[in-house]
Design a protein around this ligand. Sequence first.
Ligand SMILES: [Zn+2]
Length: 310
Amino acid sequence: MYYLGLDIGGMSIKCGVVNEKGQLGYVCRAVTPIGDFPTAIRVIDELCRETARKAGIPWQDVQGIGAGAPGTVCGDIVTYATNLGWYNVPFVEELSRATGKRVAVGNDANCALLAEWRFGSAKGYDNVAMITLGTGVGTAFICDGRLLLGNGAACGEGGHMRIKNLGRKCNCGREDCWEIYASASSLQERAAALVEREPMGLLARLSGGQKVDGLTFFRALAEGDESCRQVLLEFQEDVVDGLVNIANLFRPKLIVMGGGICAQPTLLAPLEFMVNARTLGGKNNPHVEVTAATFDNDAGIIGGACLVIE
Ligand SMILES: [Zn+2]
């Protein structure tokens, strides 16, 4: 059985063939047309057909199309996706009309969690939080075996809880949101600041005048650089501040950490101990496991497909 999963991002749209076991095959990409919804549907329809064709799958064998979108998705409607310029667009109706297929759509963070829950790290768990450290911080929750949606399916914006009082502005209009301090972008900013502070330091030398990237940072860390270790520690403290809030609110049995930087054991490994030492009740309350996501970059596509896989 073949399904198509769509990961709709602000820069590009990825479409992949996924089978009923959650295995990903061929993937195609297109540039996201911002704002113009009819054009977006045309681009997505063409992308789906191109993906199936290049994968050698006859169009009639595609069982359904599932899409993850960056924003609020209520039923069949994408109600608010500001990065795409979509407001109350009838996504399911229009894409199923264009493709002739069964179509479903969900919030992208929820889709990533569905992929982990059905086929990845969170398989078999009834209480899971998924936290994705990327440009911002995405959160999604399964409580007592059900995906949390909230009123208008607008819940799960844990990246916008306030964790400090430093007056740093967030895109959402408030100040000091968790994602300002715990996103992958924040770690990159901290690394760049370290290069400024220590122009003769190991990180500055390894990045050789180029903009410092995550891989270079973790390389300097692996070589035992003390300043990098300090930067990582401060970053982890800020990540843990939010994780403890989430653990206290939802008491997940498992926290799945997504986003490329969470594949780094030096970042991830201490988090479980730190979270459990600080959540309410300490050892007297159930232990919270912290683990890396299985799918990383493909989670959006596989999770999109999960919406239509029976
Ligand atoms: Zn915010």
